[in-house]
Write a protein that binds this ligand. Structure first.
Ligand code: C2E
Ligand code: CA
Ligand code: CA
Length: 653
């Protein structure tokens, strides 16, 4: 027994007396085990009081009476303390709680042992001795098990009950009592070993539970954090927002800024994901630096960030939006490059726009959506009308997908006329949607939706195929112009799709003209260059559409093989026509003449405009003056008439 017990006890002693051996939390839990079931303590106390009183009464020993009174006082004090002291009472230290218990327990144990010892020493009757000794030893052993959570106390109590009994047994000196005493000597280390084993198991399970709780907490924090930026992720945002709303005062106002980086996808595609992550981190640093203290900042996913801050007025909100957008628009140092990225922002206020979180997020998301379709790089506040517009867009998206199959779409053709001869040189293919309920829809209403949703790819392929088929029926000197959206060009296999449409229609590539706008060149992407070069090498021509409305950097006119520049109709017949516009048309026409390009004036509605643009140097014209866009059979008729009469479409001279 020695060999097993002593090292065990030593080990335990070292552990319990080394400050860092037990975490404060576990220690508290173990001390708390002392205070569980105060009722059992009360039952034990009553038993001790009644037994000792009976023993004193039966023996009529004054010593036992004194002991009985002392025991009763201690017992009552202990029970009162146990019921009165809450172990959860954070006002008391663990040590204090332990000390209160210790004092009571040790005194009670010693008194119980002493009373039993006295019954042996005064040679009380056998039943009285049995009553008191059994009581003391039962208590000593039982308490060891009960208090194994604090072994010092448990063993101290056992020792203090057994010591007087043991001593009395040895003093009495009869063979039976000597044997009893010897048994007790062995009992103490045996119980010590058991207690320590129980304690070890208890401590391990508490420590394990504490570790699991800590781990669970860590996992939860991890689950709410975005790994790339360290900001809250979507789950983290939800959690923090719920807390925010729960603690919101009636006069408080919060603003939600929902941000989306413009053209982040391109950064990712061109510079790689590591650089993309780096950009996201830098964005998160700037948001953290410039959002007011106490704001919620999260990466909602992809390139979307959500900032929620308390504001006093709407003006605060505008200012903050401006600051955030300005900071985000400063260039970023990325992979030895400096990159500039704009951001679109949707803003919604709580409680003004919505009193609940779901509504607030929906409002901010809608406002962001509007900022994006309004041309990006801007901040939009939520307005109630946004909801209706969105519904209409969603409707259009769903119906557009079905429209191609249902034959609701058709291509109309608008002639582009030689301003010298009046003859048709090209037809521009313009899509029309005849909706069974909504009537004729203008491309301006559904092309942007098609572009945003990706439907433009299917739609664009269909348009090119139809246009090529129509053109194949026309005289060889008439070409077809097809509008291309940037999204179509950036789709994989875009050039192949166009070449196969030409092959299927048996149309020579040189009879196809693709109209692209300046927005295509905003991001100097390799895909665009490859697309244009591949098709140009096959003979397909390119025209620069809506010239003057976009970003008008002349660099790309030089870089790409444009055969035509189409001056936007706002310079010809729009509000800005005249004076300055004429100067611009003249300059463009002069440049065109030098570079061997045709210059088309769009939107010609009157004979005066025809004369004016021709004088300014435009070679081609398009507009209602000549013809609106017409169905294919009418286009064919216009061509036939023209060839028969050998006259141009309308008078141009
Ligand atoms: P756009 O390429 O600038 O097409 C010319 C637009 O100006 C056409 O409007 C045409 O009907 C209109 N127009 C022509 N002459 C006149 C005129 O004298 N006065 C006025 N006020 N307008 C005139 P539409 O057909 O509504 O097309 C609008 C825009 O939709 C087009 O502008 C083009 O950007 C886009 N679009 C049309 N069809 C297609 C297509 O098949 N694919 C793609 N990607 N975009 C298309
Ligand atoms: Ca066009
Ligand atoms: Ca145009």
């Amino acid at each position: 027994m020695r060999s097993g017990t002593i090292p065990n006890v030593r080990k335990f002693w070292r552990k319990t007396h080394r400050g860092d051996a037990l975490s404060a939390q576990v220690q508290r839990l173990l001390v708390r085990t002392l205070y569980t079931q105060p009722t059992s303590l009360a039952i034990g106390a009553i038993n001790g009081i009644v037994s000792s009183a009976v023993a004193a009464w039966l023996t009529n020993s004054p010593l036992l009476w004194v002991g009985c009174v002392a025991l009763s006082l201690v017992a009552v004090a202990r029970v009162t303390a146990a019921f009165g002291l809450s172990p959860d009472d954070s006002g008391r230290s663990t040590r204090q709680l332990e000390l209160v218990y210790e004092t009571g327990a040790f005194s009670y144990a010693f008194l119980l042992g002493a009373l039993a010892g006295i019954t042996i020493l005064i040679e009380a009757s056998a039943p009285v001795q049995v009553l008191m000794v059994a009581n003391a030893m039962g208590y000593g052993i039982g308490i060891c098990a009960r208090n194994a959570g604090r072994p010092t106390i448990a063993l101290g109590q056992l020792f203090l009950t057994s010591l007087p009994v043991m001593s009395a047994a040895f003093i009495e000196g009869s063979v039976a009592m000597l044997l009893f005493g010897a048994n007790m000597v062995l009992l103490v280390p045996a119980m010590a070993s058991i207690t320590i084993n129980v304690f070890t198991v208890l401590r391990q399970s508490f420590a394990q539970a504490e570790k699991s709780a800590k781990l669970a907490e860590e996992m939860q924090i991890l689950a709410r954090t975005d790994v790339v930026t360290g900001l809250a992720n979507r789950a983290g945002l939800n959690h923090q927002l719920e807390e925010l709303v729960a603690g919101m005062e009636p006069d408080q106002m919060f603003a939600m800024f929902w941000l989306d980086l413009d053209h982040f996808k391109e950064v990712n595609d061109i510079l790689g994901h590591t650089t993309g992550d780096d950009l996201l981190r830098q964005v998160s640093e700037r948001l953290t630096a410039y959002a007011p203290d106490g704001s919620i900042i999260s990466r909602f996913g992809g390139d979307e960030f959500v900032v929620v801050a308390e504001v006093k007025h709407r003006a605060d909100c505008e200012m903050l939006a401006g600051v955030l957008q300005q900071e985000l628009s400063r260039s970023y140092a990325l992979a030895e490059d400096r990159v500039q990225v704009g951001s679109s922002m949707g803003i919604a206020l709580m409680p003004e726009d919505s009193k609940d979180l779901h509504g607030l997020m929906q409002a901010a998301d809608l406002a962001l959506y509007h900022a994006k379709i309004n041309g990006r790089n801007q901040a939009n506040f939520f307005t109630p009308s946004m909801t209706r517009e969105l519904v209409r867009r969603k409707e259009i998206e769903a119906e557009l997908r079905a429209a191609i199959q249902k034959d609701e779409l058709s291509i109309f053709f608008q002639p582009i006329v030689d301003l010298e001869t009046g003859r048709i040189r090209t037809f521009e293919a313009l899509v029309r949607w005849f909706h069974p309920e909504k009537g004729e829809l203008r491309p301006d209403e559904f092309i942007p939706v098609a572009e945003e949703t990706g439907v433009i790819i299917t739609l664009g392929n269909w348009i090119t195929a139809q246009a090529a088929k129509a053109c194949a029926q026309w005289p060889e000197d008439v070409t077809i112009a097809v509008n291309l959206s940037p999204a179509q060009i950036k789709a994989p296999g875009a050039a192949l799709g166009i070449l196969s449409a030409l092959r299927e229609a048996r149309l020579d590539p040189s009879r196809l003209e693709l109209e692209v706008t300046e927005s295509l060149f905003l991001d100097d992407s390799e895909t665009t260059t490859n697309f244009i070069e591949e098709l140009a090498s096959q003979g397909v021509r390119f025209a620069l559409d809506d010239f003057g409305t976009g970003y008008s950097s002349l660099g790309y006119i030089n870089k790409f093989p444009f055969k035509k520049i189409k001056v936007d109709r706002s310079f010809v017949s729009g509000d800005h026509a005249g004076g300055k516009s004429e100067a611009i048309i003249h300059a463009v026409a002069e440049m065109g003449a030098r570079l061997g390009m045709d210059i088309v004036a769009e939107g010609i509605e009157t004979i005066e405009q025809v004369r004016s643009v021709r004088e300014l140097g435009c070679t081609l014209g398009q507009g209602y003056y000549f013809s609106r866009a017409v169905p294919d059979y009418l286009a064919a008729m216009l061509l036939a008439q023209e060839r028969e009469s050998e006259h141009g479409l309308r008078q141009v001279g």
